[in-house]
Write a protein that binds this ligand. Structure first.
Ligand code: NIG
Length: 422
């Protein structure tokens, strides 16, 4: 929206995220009360107490008075499957009637159902629907979104997905980080070994060579892929400098956390069945735990992954929406924060840290996720004074101004109904 090179935000409660995530209360936020933050050339040029704002900055034409509301780093969603087609709401009804993940897959539903829908959909349909989902994430204050492939499941269709993810990202208000998820399921009509070989020998090198993927991922699970198969795929990714991630220990305790640690994965995601030894292995390897409480809720998981297990072990914990066509269709940042606190043992401040600094760590992005001079000016000004309100008042989005690389990409300050803490 704006093209200005500089702006100053004044009188904000600035959540720098420079605290320690495991701390109680607002500790993780390392709040700067009545703070000011200066943006220049897309970066944070200065931040500190408003009373100490240098004179030169006080004259900048674009000034936002935060009136005591909380300013945080732009949120980061480090695990999504945002590019898809088709409607699998029938599976939700089947689950409510008692069907399991594997039973639904065996009936022809699950990932393979979306593969059929993606292959049948037009490029335009896929791009437009992903852009709508990105726009809804932006409403919650999300400025960086990871998006996985994994519903193409042929070399040509996976590369098509990655191209369309890139196309959808153009003109979106947030950054998109694309991940190749070749080992998501075995495609219909192809021998398992042939697909794994194609992912390792053709797809992974091509996704890296073309710059279409930044990361790679695999689904380590009974009914999906074994530890050895996932290791081979992620090692192929590492050889061409893709950042490795792993879907681990979601439905069964398969040693996924230890595998992710051994492979130096940036993150292991899901982790519903990870034990303390797995969490400790991740902490030693600086492998971030990405928890997905909305997926656990949708799947009516009796034991959602718990943040305290990973924090006690010394790991960084991130939160992600895992928006996907089958097992998680609940959108909205406030719902994610609320579910993290109600189901996964986070405090509100730990949850907000997990959506910013923790998520940046999960994607190995060191230029965002916290507020320090020299980092990207990805910011969100909430119509709330703190994390407690965000995690409690769910079902509505509280982001009022969203700034991406120093440019305002969402401004809802003037909407009449939004002027107060409604
Ligand atoms: O992250 N677990 C594997 N993949 C997705 C689900 C995909 C689907 O069911 O379409 C996930 O939850």
């Amino acid at each position: 929206m704006n093209d200005v090179a500089a702006m100053v935000i004044r009188h904000a409660r600035i959540a720098t995220m420079l605290g320690v995530q495991a701390e109680p209360g607002d500790g993780p936020l390392a709040l700067l009360e009545d703070g000011a933050l200066v943006v220049a050339d897309g970066k944070i040029a200065w931040l500190g107490p408003d009373a100490q704002l240098p004179r030169a900055y006080a004259d900048i034409a674009l000034q936002l008075d935060a009136q005591g509301m909380m300013l945080a780093p732009g949120l980061i969603d480090p695990h999504t499957h945002l590019l898809f087609a088709g409607d699998r709401s029938g599976e939700h009804a089947q689950r409510l009637a008692g069907a399991s993940y594997l039973e639904i897959a065996q009936r022809g539903g699950g990932i393979r159902a979306t593969v059929r829908a993606v292959r049948a959909a037009s490029d335009e349909q896929l791009v437009l629907s992903m852009q709508e989902r990105l726009a809804r994430l932006l409403l919650g204050g999300v400025t960086t979104v990871e998006v996985k492939s994994g519903y193409g499941l042929s070399v040509a269709e996976e590369l098509r997905m990655l191209r369309l993810i890139r196309a959808a990202a153009m003109g979106a208000g947030c950054d998109v980080v694309p991940t190749l998820l070749g080992l998501h399921a075995v495609p219909e009509g192809i021998a398992r070994e042939d697909w794994i070989r194609a992912v390792i020998e053709e797809l992974t090198p091509e996704a890296a060579r073309t710059g279409l993927a930044r990361g790679c991922d695999a689904f380590c699970e009974t009914g999906a892929f074994t530890q050895e198969e996932c290791a081979a795929a992620l090692e192929a990714g590492a050889r061409v400098s893709l950042v490795p991630h792993l879907h681990a220990d979601q439905l069964s305790a398969g040693g996924g956390a230890q595998l992710a640690a051994r492979l130096n994965c940036a993150s292991a995601d899901h982790l519903e069945r990870t034990d303390l030894a797995g969490a400790e292995a991740m902490a030693r390897a600086d492998c971030t735990a990405v928890l997905l409480p909305l997926a656990a809720w949708t799947l009516r998981e009796k034991t959602p992954a718990q943040a305290p297990l990973f924090l006690r072990a010394g790991a960084t914990v991130a939160l992600a929406s895992n928006i996907n066509p089958g097992t998680q269709r609940i959108e909205g940042v406030s719902m994610l924060l609320a579910s993290a606190c109600l189901l996964a043992g986070f405090t509100p401040a730990q949850a907000l840290y997990a959506c910013t600094r923790g998520a940046a760590r999960a994607l190995r992005l060191d230029d965002r996720g916290r507020l320090e001079v020299g980092l990207r000016a990805d910011l969100v000004l909430f119509a709330a004074e703190g994390a407690d309100h965000l995690a409690w008042h769910a079902g509505v989005e509280h982001a009022r101004v969203v700034i991406r690389e120093g440019r305002i990409v969402l401004d809802r300050r003037d909407e009449p109904a939004l002027r107060c803490l409604a």
